[in-house]
Each structure stands twice: as C-alpha cells, then as structure tokens.
Ligand binder design. Structure first.
Ligand code: PEP
Ligand code: MN
Length: 336
C-alpha cells in the first residue's frame, strides 16, 4: 500500500511513520516528491490495519496497490522516473541513444567506435565484456580486460559505460567500471542476480527476456527496486514468435503498456529486436514514435569481421545517418 502524507508533513513526520511500519515487520520506501511525500509499504499487508495507519499524524490517505509489483507501479509513483546515468538523464524529455559494439574486441575497434558514436550524438557507450553466447565455442568476451578497454574509451570520449553483468559473483567488479549495469535477456529472472543488483549504487538496465510477459518483466524490476536500488531502466529487445524472417519480434506494444502501468523509463533495442542491420533504422523510428525514452544500438567499424552480432550491427556511417533520421522523429514527438 501507499501512505500519502499531508502536504505540510516534514521529513521528521515521515520518519515516525516509517519506524512504525518497520516495527510491524514491513518495509517502508519513502519517496520525496516536489509536492508530496509518499511512503510505499511492502511486505505482508495482513500485518497492518489500513484504518489504523490513516489515524497516524500527518497521514492524508492510505491507498492499497492492487498490482503484484508495487514499487514499479504507477499507483505507487504517479510521475515518470528520470534515471541519472553518469550525468545523462534517461526518462525525461531527451531521447537518449546508447551505442557501441555487441562485444568489446580490441582497443582499436572500441576506440574507433566510441569516437564515432560520440560524434554522431550517442550519449552512452555500450560494449559487452561478458557475453552470454548460445554456443560454448563462440567468443565469450574479454572479461576484465574488456572492462579496462571500456574505461579507456570513457577516458577518451567522456561517454558513460553500459555493460552486461552475467553473474552475482561479478557484480562488484562490473560495478567498478560500469555507469549502467545491463542485465541480459537470458538473466531477466535470475532472481539472485537481481537482488544483488538492488544493493549496487549504480543504475540498472533490465532487458526483457524473449518469453517474458509484461507482468514477469515488471516483477523482475520489482526484485531490484525492493532490494534497495530505485534506478532501473527497462529495455524491450524483442520476443520469440512464429516469424522466421527476423531474429525476434520487437514488441513495441509494450512501450505504451509500460507507460500506463509503471513510472520506469523504457528504451528499445532494435538490433537484437530484428537481428538485421537493414531493419534497425525503421524500427528505431517506430520505437521513438511509440514513446520509447531511448535506443540501444549495436555499431561496429567493420560488421563483417565482428566477433558477435555482425549481421545486426550498423557501420559507423550508417549510425551517423540513423541519428540524423531519428532526430526528426524525436522532434515530431516533442522530445529532444
Ligand atoms: C547484448 O546486448 O549484446 C545482448 C546479449 O542482449 P540480450 O541480452 O538482449 O540478448
Ligand atoms: Mn549483441
């Protein structure tokens, strides 16, 4: 449930309420808004009497949250969340583009890509150092050496780093390098990983699993939020359907659905969503038109030689022209 404090309630009044809630064995998550303070109450609500809570000082109303996800729901937080990633705000007026190679391969490859995507207007650099590959014989990523190369690219370009963390044991290390830690589609329901990311002081990019319902997707976000990390960005990256002409089917329906049900920002990955470099531009346009807060796009200086996902990677030139094209759509949508 959500406790809405009266407009003149102070932070000290809020502390009284949170202590009361915690003494009942429940968790309290205060959110300090511009106009009001609300407190999300999470746990077994049978332990608490709604009517009793309404009588506490400076409590205006107590509203039950009917959705199974609480902290991720718009019922809990009506205003859009804007997530700060190394000074880049995701979920506000600006459409944020994250770009870079699928895998970090060499210093030369990464720096060439980073410089070009920055010049084209990307705000964050992506690159996988730990790669979840279908085949155990395929390139698995450079590991910590890859993270070091990402750091070098950050020093040279100023771009914040987005990179995947695959297991709980790696969280601390990856969090030292990354500005935004990516949970890949395959790990969306790795609940121990999600919980450990709740303890990290960096924002999380949560990719939707290719067979996850919207409810499951938001419940995974709830794992991170309820473990203490409020900074979650959702990412639609395509789901499995019967179509065989694309790698996945990009579920753009999920964008307005997330906007209705949740306050969290959502970005779109048209690279994995289509698996085809020639479809990345049209689906980027569509994603922004549907209300996405940003894009994450695979770019490689020589896609034919990429260690992974070359067929869906844009050349540096194609990425530049994509940025020009999508800026037109962004403006038409009243965004920047
Ligand atoms: C990736 O971003 O390179 C990746 C592996 O994505 P996903 O987890 O969506 O397949
Ligand atoms: Mn990839």
């Amino acid at each position: 449930m959500v406790i809405v404090m009266s407009s003149h309630a102070t932070e000290a009044d809020v502390t009284v309420i949170t202590q009361h809630v915690e003494s009942l064995g429940l968790q309290a998550h205060p959110i300090i808004g511009v106009e009001r303070i609300v407190i999300g109450v999470i746990g077994d609500e049978r332990l608490i009497q709604k009517d009793q809570l309404s009588l506490l000082p400076h409590v205006e109303t107590v509203i039950p949250i009917l959705k199974p996800y609480k902290l991720a729901s718009r019922e809990f937080k009506p205003n859009d969340s804007v997530i700060d990633v190394a000074g880049v705000r995701v979920g506000g007026k600006e459409i944020v583009t994250i770009a870079g190679p699928c895998s970090v391969e060499t210093e030369e490859q990464l720096l060439a890509t980073a410089t070009a995507v920055k010049q084209a207007g990307a705000k964050l650099l992506r690159g996988g150092a730990y790669k979840p590959r279908t085949s155990p014989y395929a390139f698995q990523g450079l590991g910590e050496d890859g993270l070091k190369l990402l750091m070098k690219a950050k020093e040279q370009t100023g771009l914040g780093i987005v990179t995947e963390v695959m297991e709980t044991a790696d969280v601390e290390l990856v969090a030292e390098y990354a500005d935004l830690l990516q949970v890949g589609a395959r790990n969306m329901q790795n609940t121990r990983l999600l919980r450990s990311l709740g303890k990290v002081k960096k924002p999380i990019l949560l990719k939707r699993n290719f067979s996850a319902t919207l409810n499951e997707f938001l419940m995974s976000a709830e794992y991170i939020l309820s473990a203490g990390n409020n900074n979650v960005i959702l990412c639609e990256r395509g789901i499995r359907t019967f179509v065989e002409y694309t790698r996945n089917t990009l579920d753009l329906n999920v964008i307005p659905a997330v906007k209705q049900l949740s306050h969290l920002p959502i970005i779109v990955d048209p690279s994995h969503g289509t698996g085809r470099h020639d479809f990345v531009l049209p689906l980027s346009r569509a994603a922004i038109a549907a209300g996405a807060d940003g894009l994450i796009i695979e770019v490689h200086p020589d896609p034919a030689k990429a260690f992974s996902d070359g067929e869906q990677s844009l050349t540096l030139e194609a990425f530049q022209s994509l940025m020009n094209e999508v800026s037109v759509i962004s403006k038409a949508m009243g965004r920047q």
